[in-house]
Design a protein around this ligand. Structure first.
Ligand SMILES: Cc1cc2nc3c(=O)[nH]c(=O)nc-3n(C[C@H](O)[C@H](O)[C@H](O)COP(=O)(O)OP(=O)(O)OC[C@H]3O[C@@H](n4cnc5c(N)ncnc54)[C@H](O)[C@@H]3O)c2cc1C
Length: 463
């Protein structure tokens, strides 16, 4: 009998498992894939960032002459880029096996299904077996959602999985969906030479971000030659011999067609909860998502849910991990704080990067806050000039009277690293005033943060 059995070994499940081991619990992880790590490690966060990094390096070489570094005949070795990505994945999957051994976490290979009352059926390579546990954590993650009536075709109509291993860089790539996944692949393939067209149904790119950030990304993508068609409603996709043809209605309601060699569908993620035995429990899923209390407990006693399957929780690896820590702390009887969903960094690793936390300006106004905004452009930051990357800005959204920091929105160089300072600031309840007197080293990108806070009162020094 396990103290806790975790179904799924993604960033939710594996982090929960290690913490359970640290708490001295007898813990098992059921994983249907031969390797640990989940979507994040194998077909999500890690491979995309490895490919984005390769695109950064390629770009640096291509434009090195501007900085006095001249390289001739710079070429992309696509097979090597994919090989390096795969090596990174393998290394970290092996690393997880080591961590599991260290923390005495048992891995049970197979497909897990709840049978009710602490019993879990595992269908594995050696057949069916039943496992008993005092507590179960569901961490089964998500998969790409398809457009209704559209079947994926591993050759030409792709999800985040197939697009990671294309034999060649496509001449043209259509992307349906301008969320994080869509814009990251746009940034990868455009920089390796594909003609990229994004079709987004909503009026702007990265629709969850602050409106100014969306506008800046659209501007920068235009400069890079990425074609963004927002307000585009896809109606039909046909596979023609010469291309994949996408019929859509544009923002003015006119019928349009797009012909591309490959089409990526990036319209959201569907929770993996269809066949995990929820019907044998008191859990009533909401369009597949599992409702939980602040400590990740479901309606079924002793069953917790974390990660991409959780209702109203952003589908991010670090959220899954923190939810895992909360669930384990709770079931182990340790003091834990529920996840504060207003303090979650959102990072999109497109070029330029986006990092944000807290409320957008529009959300803050809608919630009735008297809002003050400070904005500082990287164009006036010396480190950004040194890097040769001075597009974008930092925007701080603050409450006027007490200087509470409500949100921070960064687009530009290293935005995904810079946002971490803001997460810490908000988490430790720093105010606009305390941030104005926080010393930022010179010359750094984070100096722009100090300027953005000062800009709230028109006191930015450098701009
Ligand atoms: C292209 C892409 C890029 C992304 N980039 C980022 C990023 O940069 N940063 C970020 O924070 N997030 C990113 N995400 C999102 C991130 O991958 C997910 O939020 C995260 O993986 C969710 O973790 P999880 O533990 O809930 O599930 P998953 O990582 O999906 O893991 C679930 C695991 O459960 C296993 N499983 C499922 N059902 C069963 C079953 N019945 N029995 C046994 N095992 C089962 C699966 O095989 C899998 O290993 C990205 C996603 C995509 C698609």
């Amino acid at each position: 009998m396990y103290d806790v059995l975790i179904i799924g070994s993604g960033p939710g499940g594996y982090v929960a498992a290690i913490r359970a081991g640290q708490c001295g619990l007898k813990v098992g992880v059921v994983e249907k894939n031969p390797l640990l790590g989940g979507c994040c490690l194998h077909v999500g966060c890690i491979p995309t960032k490895a490919m984005l990094h390769a695109a950064d390096v390629y770009e640096l070489f291509l434009h090195g002459a501007e900085q006095g570094i001249e390289a001739e005949n710079v070429r992309v070795n696509w097979a090597r880029i994919l090989g390096r990505k795969n090596q990174i994945i393998q290394k970290h999957a092996k690393g997880l096996e080591g961590l599991f051994r260290k923390h005495k976490v048992e891995t049970i290979h197979g497909y897990g299904k709840l049978l009710g009352k602490g019993r879990v059926e595992v269908k594995g390579p050696e057949g069916l077996r039943e496992v008993e546990a005092k507590n179960v954590i569901l961490a089964t993650g998500s998969e790409a959602r398809m457009l209704p009536g559209l079947d994926p075709d591993p050759e030409r109509i792709l999800t985040n999985i197939e697009i990671l291993d294309l034999e060649q860089i496509p001449k043209s790539l259509g992307i349906i969906g301008a969320g994080a996944v869509g814009v990251e692949f746009a940034s990868i393939y455009r920089r390796f030479g594909s003609e990229v067209t994004i079709l987004e149904m909503l009026p702007r790119l990265v629709p969850v971000e602050d409106e100014d950030v969306s506008a800046e990304l659209a501007r920068q993508f235009r400069k890079q030659g990425i074609e963004s068609r927002t307000g585009a409603r896809v109606e039909q996709v046909e596979k023609r011999p010469e291309c994949v043809e996408v019929e859509y209605q544009d923002a003015d309601g006119r019928a349009q067609k797009l012909c591309v060699e490959k089409l990526l569908v990036a319209v959201g993620r569907k929770p993996n909860t269809d066949s995990i035995g929820l019907e044998n429990t008191a859990i009533r899923a909401d369009r597949g998502f599992v409702p939980v209390d602040p400590y990740m407990a479901t309606a079924e006693p002793g069953v917790y849910a974390i990660g991409d399957i959780v209702a109203a929780s952003p589908q991010l690896a670090h959220v899954a991990s923190m939810e895992g820590l909360v669930a384990v702390g709770r079931l182990a009887g340790k003091p834990v704080r529920p996840v504060n969903y207003r303090r979650i960094p959102g990072c999109t690793y497109c070029e330029p990067q986006i990092g944000s936390v807290g409320l957008t300006e529009a959300q803050a106004r809608k919630e009735g806050y008297p809002v003050k905004v400070g904005k500082f452009s990287f164009a006036a930051n010396s480190k950004a000039s040194i890097l040769g990357s001075h597009g974008g800005f930092i925007k701080i959204v603050a409450e006027e009277k007490y200087g509470e920091i409500l949100g921070a929105h960064i687009i530009g160089p290293q935005a995904t690293e810079l946002v971490c300072e803001m997460v810490t600031a908000i988490e430790s309840e720093a105010t606009v005033e305390s941030m104005m007197s926080t010393i930022h080293a010179h010359p750094t990108l984070s100096e722009a943060m100090g300027d953005a806070f000062n800009a709230i009162y028109g006191l930015a020094i450098n701009g």
